[in-house]
Design a protein around this ligand. Structure first.
Ligand SMILES: NC(=O)c1ccc[n+]([C@@H]2O[C@H](COP(=O)([O-])OP(=O)(O)OC[C@H]3O[C@@H](n4cnc5c(N)ncnc54)[C@H](O)[C@@H]3O)[C@@H](O)[C@H]2O)c1
Length: 338
């Protein structure tokens, strides 16, 4: 392998284009050779916009290209597991967006193919690479806040996605809270029990589509800590992303991130602009760090920064949360087929 990692990317939608821009502009060790999408017009537009040399007719063509070392999978969730399997069989290293799949048999088959081919697989849990989350993690690991007792994650979107997206999203636990389940594991390790409550409070159409738009989950960790995650599809004051871990010697807390640090004070009120609008603005730096970590891990031959097992575990938590909501009782992870 040369000193650069040669990549192909499938899925030039919302996150795909962000990753194309990041790989082209901010990860010097990456060389993005080829893009493809089932919507060829989208792939063409993307290639023109970012100066990508090749538009492949399909993922198969990218996988058949011996000059390409790795693939970045950014297509819709239902394609992730089969595309991981195909890419592994072709001997390519793989970066795949979250979640791997909503069912464990599909995840297990994909992870088995990766193991058999002995290629690297990284799952796109970008929030681990956010500087606030990373600092909370280092405070916990260094014992700065003592033994963790409590964790709270607040994760609320500025506005719900279109109903068409909701219908194929897998539901709030798999689509949205999956990031928070991963963050909970990243910070405090394995979870042993999940208790979920949820409702439709933002838009009745979300309920008619079979999903909920508001949820709160209590977690019991194996290390004895307890935590909560709350999600809403609509925070009217903007993207609300906060974390607190409280321990025997103190607490580590990340507040929202704002476009500026200005407060406007008058005789009536003290005001601040709304937080950075949504995930693209809020987490832009984390996507760069994430993709650079993937490229480095392949070039240096070091372990995947977010492994296939890290992709499997939050899906089990999402399944347990859904079951808890339906059965209205706490679910022990030992009850889940893992
Ligand atoms: N990590 C994050 O912060 C983050 C953010 C957004 C989305 N995602 C994940 O990324 C994935 C894509 O989400 P999005 O918001 O970009 O969706 P999107 O609908 O904007 O883009 C998906 C693209 O995949 C293409 N596609 C679908 N099936 C395909 C196939 N068989 N072959 C080739 N291309 C195909 C579609 O044509 C579309 O262009 C989802 O799994 C989502 O969960 C992750």
């Amino acid at each position: 392998m040369t000193d650069k990692l040669r990549l192909g990317l499938v899925g030039t939608g919302r996150i795909g284009r962000l990753h194309v821009a990041t790989l082209k502009q901010r990860v010097p060790q990456a060389e993005l050779i080829s893009v493809t999408d089932v919507n060829m017009q989208s792939a063409q537009e993307c290639a023109e916009q970012y100066g990508i040399k090749q538009v492949a007719a399909s993922l198969d063509d990218i996988l058949a290209d011996d000059t390409i070392d790795a693939v970045v999978i950014c297509s819709s969730t239902d394609t992730h597991a089969p595309f991981i399997t195909q890419a592994a069989k072709a001997g390519k290293h793989i970066f795949c967006e979250k979640p791997i799949a909503a069912n464990l048999a599909a995840i297990d088959a994909a992870l088995a193919a990766v193991e058999e081919a002995d290629v690297k697989l990284m799952i796109g849990f970008n929030r681990r690479f956010d500087s606030n989350a990373a600092r909370i993690k280092s405070a916990i690991d260094a014992g700065e806040i003592g033994i963790p007792h409590l964790m709270h994650i607040i994760s609320r979107d500025p506005a719900p996605p279109p109903i068409e997206y909701i219908k194929v999203s897998g539901g709030i636990f798999f689509d949205m809270m999956i990031h928070d389940f991963d963050m909970a594991r990243f910070l405090l390790g394995d979870v042993e029990e999940v208790y979920a409550a949820g409702g439709v409070m933002v838009d009745p159409a979300i309920g008619e589509a079979g999903d909920i738009d508001t949820a709160c989950v209590t977690l019991k960790f194996k290390n004895g800590a307890i935590g909560t995650i709350d999600n809403s599809r609509q925070a009217v004051y903007g993207y609300d992303q906060r974390i607190e871990v409280f321990g025997s010697k103190g607490a580590a807390k990340a507040e929202n991130v704002y476009p500026n640090a200005v407060t406007i004070s008058t005789d009536q009120t003290v005001q601040q602009d709304k937080p950075l609008h949504f995930f693209i603005e809020r987490y832009v730096a984390s996507y760069q760090t994430e993709l650079a970590a993937f490229v480095d891990s392949v070039l240096q031959g070091t372990p995947s920064p977010v492994s296939g097992q890290d992709g499997h575990a939050p899906v089990v938590l999402a399944m347990a949360a859904l079951r808890s909501l339906k059965e209205n009782r706490p679910i022990s992870l030992s009850e889940m087929a893992v």
